[in-house]
Design a binder for this molecule. Structure first.
Ligand SMILES: Cc1cc2nc3c(=O)[nH]c(=O)nc-3n(C[C@H](O)[C@H](O)[C@H](O)COP(=O)(O)OP(=O)(O)OC[C@H]3O[C@@H](n4cnc5c(N)ncnc54)[C@H](O)[C@@H]3O)c2cc1C
Length: 375
């Protein structure tokens, strides 16, 4: 604690997937890390997401984001193995590639144009368009109205809850984890960040804001901005079924234990995690069109969770100019990016400098007149 207590190298605020991956990566760099987390009552995207590690289509208007996402997908196999070795938790990561199903010829065409555009701008981009017959060979359960799909070999999926658990387990002995500590004030004094919660004040040389939607309030206290808003996503889960889906699609994926996740709505309804009949109806209707036999299975659970969204859908990574040593890290694909956060971003923060390829993710971009949707 400050005022005589130990000074950490880094305080990370937020123990969701972003903060936990960073705390994990920082501690592996030998940093003394304190992780302050408001806790289970807070809004937590990390506990309500779909579990895709997804590359295809990401960054169609931002090559930097497409490269960053791909870098994370490439790091994922070793990252999952490392977590397994350190914690004995198998996070269920699988990389069979992923499919985006298309329900009309027009959808097929626009999907192909989007992915071809990525191939042109990145010079190398692996994808394949599958027609109805090719798709049926891969997925015999697919519905008659599905016209085809795009396939990308770099896509995969994971159990997001096991991922969060493994990260927390891995840092248990290495990081001073403080749950139930909502940060209410931050001050910079004598070259240190003094971070106040209702239980006291802690000090550190560096500070990382990884508080999801909570970053919006915290960032201005250290000369940063985090214009993030909640976007609700509702998800449904079925009873356990025999394996029928060997690779995930963007909206339907079968988990390791056989349940099928059906996702997900995109709703701008503020800080409201309720579920609605209308969204459940739309989600199930679409899923049944894609896989008709799902009409006969039991739904066992549904929930709503809030995405942490910027206006262009891209992350914010930035070091404060007015408060050097303070960083903001926020993104809307914290599962996909967990590997690159732990293995590349955390070491960069430990060195005290973000690499130039992350310049594209400064919050300054929101000051420009036109913010376009990223994907
Ligand atoms: C429906 C849905 C589907 C999704 N699907 C996918 C997917 O398939 N693949 C993918 O990559 N991503 C997906 N995501 C996004 C992913 O879940 C998020 O990007 C990720 O969970 C964000 O993690 P986070 O740590 O930034 O935020 P959160 O999980 O929201 O965690 C923020 C943490 O900060 C803490 N906090 C907040 N304020 C304070 C404060 N003042 N002091 C201390 N602590 C504080 C909270 O307690 C919380 O623990 C999905 C999200 C949703 C909602």
């Amino acid at each position: 604690m400050s005022g005589g207590g130990p000074v950490a190298d880094v305080i990370v605020i937020g123990g969701g997937l972003v903060g936990a991956a960073l705390a994990y990566g920082l501690s592996r760099e030998g940093q003394a890390v304190t992780l302050l987390d408001e806790g289970d009552n807070a809004f937590r995207a990390s506990r309500g997401n779909f579990g895709l590690v997804w590359v295809q289509g990401k960054g169609s208007r931002s090559p930097a984001y497409a490269r960053w996402t791909r870098a994370s997908a490439d790091l994922w196999p070793a990252f999952a193995t490392q977590l397994l070795e350190e914690t004995a938790i198998d996070v269920g990561y699988r990389k069979p590639g992923g499919l985006t199903l298309c329900m009309s010829e027009a959808e097929m065409e626009s999907r192909c144009t989007l992915l071809q555009g990525l191939r042109t701008s990145l010079h190398e981009y692996d994808f394949q368009m599958l027609d109805r017959l090719e798709l049926r060979e891969l997925l015999p359960a697919v519905g008659e109205t599905v016209v085809g799909a795009s396939f990308c070999p770099h896509d995969g999926h994971v159990s997001p809850l096991l991922l969060l658990r493994a990260l927390h387990q891995a840092i248990l002995d290495r990081v001073a984890y403080r749950p139930g500590e909502e940060v209410i004030a931050i001050e910079r004094r004598d070259g240190l960040f003094h971070v106040r919660t209702r239980r006291g004040t802690r000090a550190a040389i560096q500070l990382v804001l990884a508080a999801g939607l909570g970053n919006a309030k915290l960032a201005p206290r250290v000369g940063l901005q985090a214009p993030v808003v909640p976007v609700r996503g509702q998800i449904l889960v079925t009873e356990r079924l025999q394996p029928f889906l060997p690779l995930p699609t963007m909206q339907v994926r079968q988990t390791e234990v056989g349940t099928v996740m059906l996702g997900d709505s995109h709703e701008e309804v503020g800080f409201d995690v309720s579920t609605t009949v209308a969204a459940s109806r739309d989600i199930t209707r679409r899923a049944i069109a894609q896989f008709p036999f799902l009409g006969d299975v039991q739904m066992i659970r549904t929930w709503g969770a809030l995405r942490v969204m910027t206006a262009d859908g891209l992350p914010i990574y930035e070091q404060s100019q007015t408060h050097p040593g303070a960083y903001i890290v926020t993104c809307h694909s914290g599962v996909t990016l967990a590997a690159v956060h732990a293995k590349q971003l955390a070491p960069a923060i430990a060195r005290g400098d973000l690499p130039p390829e992350l310049d594209a993710f400064c919050a300054e971009r929101f000051e420009e007149c036109h913010v376009v949707q990223a994907q």
